[in-house]
Write a protein that binds this ligand. Structure first.
Ligand SMILES: Cc1cc2nc3c(=O)[nH]c(=O)nc-3n(C[C@H](O)[C@H](O)[C@H](O)COP(=O)(O)O)c2cc1C
Length: 464
């Protein structure tokens, strides 16, 4: 799609994006753009003096036809056509935005998020002009309203919500795809979309590159402003319970036999509950912190900070190791019931809470998640110290935490298989209950997953 389609639409203006500067290089050989987001000036094509007047208009915003005519006046029609193509390339790189203006008033700014997005206006205000699509999201950022959707290749910036009532804005929202559409019958895409929930699609869209122009990856957004959290969580008060270590693996348990033998086991043997020794061995094998180090990180502006990392049996993005393990013990030989925190450095437990209605409910909910097949003897609750990850990564943080959780669960599964325990990951957990039980602020350290464990029934007594 090319910019030519808005040549005849004076209500859509074209402007260099807010925060981006467009200039001639020092040696006058090229145009360069720079922005806070880029590491330095970026060349965007050879310098042409005939573009100067148009680019002056481009900095403040003007209809495309005015920009083209300005280049024609200093050059010719062919050069004006080249200018439009050059503008299209700037737009594909996310350097152009499109103010929507009627009678000299700017009602919205359309900011493309994907290459090739060109705003248009529907011919008339659509009948469903008030019905935003169910994936549309309106939020506040830096003094503006932002309307976005994972399904639309642009965001609308609105200075006030009354702008949504402007006919031109409604026509632009309709053309961009922000309004409810009637699903086409027999379209496999419609069936797929119908099954997405709002929050899942929003997270998926923002967590991957290509669909938005927000910073993404390890950019250390808070370097120099907020200190990163230490690798080791401050200890909980209380008397530590030292945990036994794992003994060396027997040679009969080859890695391949452990891989082949791994299953989600939902049955626990009430006559042979899990023991403190087995819990210690499991945590030693799967989650114990082996070593610590400190690395120096630097952002693109040269600001640096020291970031502690550690080494553990499971992988973790950026060595963040934000996950803490809270064993909730219903029944374990050698260990009183209650909620504990696993200190992965000292390899010990500290009891945080004795059994109560909340701990009973967590065990009940974990059992419920297995359709009451499991009567868990221990529920391992995983909580994330979110700032370990959010300090470092933009756009990726929550997705990385869930992936780290998957890596930890698989490691626990394998270690439990080797130790002949009954392990099962759990897909549902109640973060509010965990927050109440621990008194932890759920945006600082909150539960993100659960895993149940128990003594494995002897083969003769195991269910099919
Ligand atoms: C992320 C995740 C969540 C899970 N949630 C549950 C659950 O809530 N209840 C349950 O009974 N099993 C749960 N499981 C276990 C799966 O049902 C099990 O892995 C799958 O049926 C394959 O069987 P297997 O693990 O024995 O090979 C979960 C597994 C994973 C990886």
């Amino acid at each position: 799609m090319t910019l030519e389609r808005i040549l005849s639409e004076p209500r859509i203006q074209v402007r260099v994006r807010d925060g981006v500067s467009l200039a001639r290089s020092d040696d006058a050989s090229s145009f360069v753009v720079s922005s806070e987001a880029s590491d330095g000036p970026l060349s965007v094509g050879p310098y042409r003096p005939e573009y100067d007047d148009a680019n002056h208009l481009l900095r403040v915003g003007a209809p495309l036809v005015s920009l083209r005519d300005s280049v024609s006046a200093r050059g010719d029609a062919a050069l004006a056509a080249s200018y439009l193509q050059w503008l299209g390339r700037l737009s594909d790189r996310g350097l152009i935005e499109f103010p929507l203006v009627t009678e000299g008033v700017e009602h919205a700014v359309i900011v493309p998020q994907r290459p090739s997005f060109v705003p248009t206006l529907s011919a008339e205000v659509p009948a469903n002009a008030r019905s935003l699509d169910r994936f549309a999201l309106l939020r506040r950022l830096d003094g503006s309203w932002i309307l976005e959707s994972p399904l639309v290749g642009a965001r609308f910036l609105l200075s006030d919500l009354d702008s949504l009532d402007r006919p031109a804005v409604r026509c632009a929202l309709s053309a961009a795809g922000f309004l409810e559409a009637t699903p086409a019958p027999d379209d496999p895409g419609s069936a797929a979309l119908a099954q997405w929930e709002f929050h899942d699609l929003l997270l998926h869209h923002h967590h991957r590159g290509g669909w938005h122009r927000d910073p993404i990856g390890a950019t250390f957004p808070f370097i120099g402003e907020i200190d990163p959290l230490p690798a080791r969580r401050p200890a909980w008060p209380g008397n530590p319970v030292p945990l036994p270590s794992a003994s060396p693996s027997s040679s009969e348990n080859s890695f391949s036999s452990v891989l082949e033998g791994r299953r989600s086991e939902r049955t626990c043997d009430p006559t042979r509950p899990i023991t403190l020794d087995a819990l210690g061995a499991l945590l030693d094998r799967a989650a114990r912190a082996r070593e610590f180090d400190s690395i120096t990180l630097q952002d693109s502006a040269g600001r640096s900070a020291s970031y502690e990392i550690s080494f553990r049996p499971y992988p973790s993005a950026g060595s963040c190791y934000e996950l803490e393990i809270y064993p909730l013990v219903a029944r374990c030989e050698g260990l009183d019931p209650g909620l504990y925190h696993y200190d992965s450095v000292e390899h010990q437990l500290v009891r945080i809470s004795s059994p109560n209605l909340e701990t009973d409910m967590i065990v009940f909910e974990a059992s419920n998640a297995t359709s009451f097949m499991a009567s868990p003897q221990i529920v391992l609750i995983f909580a994330a110290r979110f700032a370990r990850v959010t300090w470092k990564y933009r756009a990726l943080a929550y997705g990385l935490i869930l992936r780290n959780l998957g890596a930890l669960c698989q490691t626990l599964y394998l270690a439990a298989t080797e130790l002949e325990l009954s392990p099962c990951a759990i897909g549902y957990g109640n973060a509010e209950r965990f927050a109440r039980l621990t008194g932890l602020d759920p945006v600082v350290e909150g539960s993100v997953g659960e895993f149940v464990l128990g003594g494995k029934p002897l083969p003769s007594r195991r269910r099919g």
